[in-house]
Design a protein around this ligand. Sequence first.
Ligand code: SF4
Ligand code: SF4
Length: 214
Amino acid sequence: MSSKVKVYTEIENDKLGIGIKVIDKKATVADLLESWQPLCDDNSMYKKYAANNYAMCKGCTINCCSSAYVIPDIISFKKMASLFDNDYNRFIKDYFQTDKVKNGLLRMQPEPCIFLKDNICSIYLIRSLICRFYICSDLLGETEQLIYSITVAGISATHLFAEQNGLLKHNTSSGMTSMDKMFKELIEEYKNTDRTKAFLQATEYSDIPLELFL
Ligand code: SF4
Ligand code: SF4
């Protein structure tokens, strides 16, 4: 656990929620991830879908990976593509949902996620922020907002990178769900922000200051 970011629980609106406190102003997204990771292994905290509501994520039979809507952030996207010799076009064709790509959305093939093998994530160490942060527990409002803004900035950077490199050739709106539309709007909203720029310029999560999101 990073000493720069502390994870704690507190009652908010009559519910126990998970919160984070940034201790060091120089903390990065990597520090947040390091402190967040132990929540998956925590069996003392209420998890809506865990066995008897108190269990580690490992071995979960509901497994959020079966239904997750995953759009990778740029750091994860590039690391995953490196497994395919950085052939971005092939990676997108083989691992992303074709109709969503036509909508201009890089959603990985779902239900279950294409990287779920024998109920285990086959790319665990390089999985996306959306996967790393998801936990079926209540979060404190400010923490939820912080995680949300980091994740959306990373996703927006992926789409900017894809557009700049001619990887998204279509942008139709046919067949879009309300979730697709919400993501598209958020991607546009975040595109020209310093947060998204920081993701685009970064190689690792440790290159991105948390301060940008506070
Ligand atoms: S976060 Fe996912 S894996 Fe963990 S208990 Fe909830 S549904 Fe299961
Ligand atoms: S990338 Fe891994 S953690 Fe994320 S949804 Fe797929 S299998 Fe689950």
